[in-house]
Every structure is written in C-alpha cells, then in structure tokens.
Design a protein. Sequence first.
Length: 220
Amino acid sequence: MMCGGIVTSDDQDTSKLAKYLELIAARVLKPLESPAVQESCCTTLMLVFAAVDALGGLIHPEEDAGNADRSREFLRRFMGVEYARRFKELWKLRNALVHNAVNVECYLSSTELQGWAHLKRIGGTGLIYVNTGFASRDLLDGFRRLTAWFATDAAAAARAAGRLEWADDTQKPVGQEPQPTQAAPFHYLYVPGRGGRDKRRKHSRRGGLGHWDVLGDQAK
C-alpha cells in the first residue's frame, strides 16, 4: 500500500508514519523558513536538534537507543559526513542550549557570508563555527532523503511506523472557548480651564482643571 509517498503493508502503519512526518514538516521545517526564526541562532538550532533526535529514533537499528545515538545516526546517514565527523562538538552544543540556554561551545552565525566556514574550526580556541542557516537547510535536505527512502523501502517504513503510537485526545472541553479580557469602559468628563480658557487635552492621568479626564465606571 502507498499513502503520502510511503509504502508499507499495513494501512494503519502507513497513515501513522505519514502523519508523523507531516507534523515534523509543519511544526519544525515550516517554522525554520521564517525570517523571524532564522534571526535567532539558538531558536533555529533548538528546532534542528529536536528534529534530528526525533527522526533518528525512526531509523536507528535499536529501538531503545538513547538521544545521542539517535541523533548521530540521522546526522551520519542523512545530513552528511561532516556532520557525523563533528558530532561530538554538535552534541555538546545541543546540550548547552537545551540544559543551560547558553552557548559556550561553538561560534554561531546565521549570515550567508560565512557559509564557507560551516562546521570548520576557526580561530585559536579550537571551537567550530556553525552556520545556522546552513544547518536548517541541510536538515530539510536530510528530511527529503529520509522520506524518499521510506517511499522505496517498505521494511524500513514499517519498522519506523511500529515505533509510533496514536495518541488519543482525551481532553474534554471545559465551558466556552477562552475570550480576551475586554478593556474597562470609560467616559470623558470635561472641566473648563482656569481664566475662562479651554485647555482641551485628550486625556490625563492626573485630575485637575483644564484636562480631559478618563473616568472609569466607578466615577459615574
């Protein structure tokens, strides 16, 4: 059977894997196209590392492989030799961002101008340079290669689908949908200015003569 380009022998498994890959595309790959996301190196890498871990869990030979092994497997097979060679540094960067929210492991940049240095050691510190724009692009290419592989290898697709479970939505609606809080109603009260002159200002936080004062319901 074929569904969404993925071939397996079981309709349920087919739809399960196809749906999961659709979620990865919608919730990780699509946001990575946003200029607002790309402006933040840390945000971009958090999405990249999350997807690498998740997709690695579908393809690692061992179903119970740990996060590091799953990530290494996906990088090695679908993102290229250079990513596999720099796995130690990339894994330290991933852990720094996930657990400490601070990067002290690599040089980061999102500019295309330094793409030539991506994953290379620069300077005298021994740290590698990571271009987050290239990383997100390479993730997308790896994802495409993965889906193409699933489309031609029924056994691999079935094995991946067998590691997924449908999650039932057991949440019950409570009351009506939440509504934004409305601004408190207000009224304008004009008080003439001193000396018979009207000082018509739109509003003031202070009371006093010659102002448009904003009054709440309590002043009615």
